[in-house]
Design a protein. Structure first.
Length: 246
């Protein structure tokens, strides 16, 4: 399968995902940029609320999807304290509101640092974790009882950056499979007031950086030859990432 100039339609594209788009929406939009029946996939879902790095694979490189999963992630964003929602972020239904205790940045830095390590929790009700072949969000959206799926979250570092009530700005380095929404709730419970994600941005996935990504709209606007060249340039980057992955 070849594209413009005989270049192969295979490789990786780093997308800066816009807010309110699902990862599936991004893949579907990107697929329209290539010849019919070209496969396009991604290596890890971002919530619609979230922006930032989405790693897309094109053509035969979609077969590498499983090998490119399980990489560490870095996120930045804000957590709104004093509120708990059913989704773990501000797009959900408010379940509880509580007064925020007197807090300063030093206290919040200490509380975040205390959560570094392995945490045992359960997957969010509104998540893609599957039970009997169905994602948990399907149970939640239908008002069914959501099965409890235990999860281990590994936090390598978590830094509180700034505090302006009710919003805490933070940066998190974590292992794959860690839900920032869950950590926001754990932190909120520790503080006695609840917490929910208000903004989230993924900065990196393993060796792949947001700084090297293009906004989805810019990728879609690239001429076919430029898109093909970008894919070709990604192949050695992909090869190195696979070679370096434990």
């Amino acid at each position: 399968m070849t594209g413009a100039g005989g270049l192969p339609v295979a490789g990786m594209l780093l997308i800066d995902k816009p807010a309110e788009w699902t990862s599936h929406d991004c893949v579907a939009a990107l697929r329209k940029c290539f010849p019919r029946d070209t496969k396009v996939g991604h290596t890890g879902t971002l919530d619609p609320l979230a922006t930032g790095l989405l790693v897309a694979l094109v053509g035969p490189c979609t077969k590498l999807q499983a090998r490119l999963q399980g990489m560490d992630k870095v996120y930045s964003g804000t957590i709104r304290l004093g509120v708990k929602t059913d989704t773990g972020d501000i797009t959900g239904k408010t379940l509880e509101e509580k007064p925020i205790p007197a807090l300063d940045l030093a206290r919040l830095k200490a509380e975040c640092a205390a959560l570094v390590g392995t945490l045992e929790s359960s997957a969010p009700a509104y998540s893609a974790v599957k039970h009997q072949g169905r994602p948990l969000y399907e149970y939640a959206r239908k008002g069914l009882e959501v099965p409890v799926k235990p999860r281990s979250s590994v936090v390598h570092s978590w830094e509180a950056l700034s505090w302006s009530a009710p919003e805490l700005s933070h940066r998190l380095h974590c292992a794959s499979g860690t839900y920032v929404r869950t950590l926001a709730e754990v932190l909120g419970d520790k503080l006695g007031c609840g917490g929910t994600v208000s903004t989230l941005r993924r900065e990196s996935v393993g060796p792949f950086l947001l700084a090297d990504a293009l906004p989805l709209a810019e990728l879609r606007a690239l001429p076919p030859a430029a898109l093909a060249l970008r894919l070709a340039a990604s192949l050695p980057v992909l090869e190195k990432a696979l070679k370096d992955k434990p």
